[in-house]
Design a protein around this ligand. Sequence first.
Ligand SMILES: CC(C)(COP(=O)(O)OP(=O)(O)OC[C@H]1O[C@@H](n2cnc3c(N)ncnc32)[C@H](O)[C@@H]1OP(=O)(O)O)[C@@H](O)C(=O)NCCC(=O)NCCS
Length: 177
Amino acid sequence: MDDIAVGPLDLAARVDDALAVQAVAFGLSAEEVGVRRHIVLRHLTCPGARALGATTGDGRLVGFVYGMPNDRAHWWSTIVEPYLRATGYENWLDDSFVITELHVHPAFQNRRIGRTLITSITADADEPRSILSAVDRESPARALYRKLGYQDLARQVHFPSAPMPYAVMGAKLPLLG
Ligand SMILES: CC(C)(COP(=O)(O)OP(=O)(O)OC[C@H]1O[C@@H](n2cnc3c(N)ncnc32)[C@H](O)[C@@H]1OP(=O)(O)O)[C@@H](O)C(=O)NCCC(=O)NCCS
């Protein structure tokens, strides 16, 4: 990733560029992009919300990550809480930095950009651990998270309106190299 710089991202200013990356990396319809846009902008008003971007030399955004200290009152937390209570990991909702989104444009994947983004954003977290959710199937994302030390805290987690079940994963910080 010699020609790619990873650094702080003004995600509110670059939200459309970021969602364009997410749309092609993760698969979002135009309608879903519109919904996500509101959600991202609302997330950015949360205390401690931070974003990092991966940009080419000419300023093109090709990857991003954002997250925040977990808040049990947030929608995501209220959905996963009963699943984590059932598996005995509910306390992971406290003192955790939650990774809300991580996406790298397919043309730039497998160049350690995703790894650098998530390792860098969690390196600056005050919290001793990190949690996230990922579609509950074998994928580059699940493989990457496991390599970094994330373990399954709950599986087959159903979010309203999401067709696929998710796994909730957690890792102690700092992440494994
Ligand atoms: C997950 C994602 C962000 C990873 O970004 P990336 O820049 O391609 O990942 P990296 O190059 O940093 O890869 C890091 C590790 O992930 C694993 N990995 C990456 N691509 C993989 C693949 N196609 N198959 C299996 N493992 C893979 C490797 O183990 C790799 O480890 P290594 O660096 O020791 O070789 C990217 O694949 C992506 O955007 N996917 C689609 C969107 C998505 O699923 N986002 C996560 C939502 S929870």
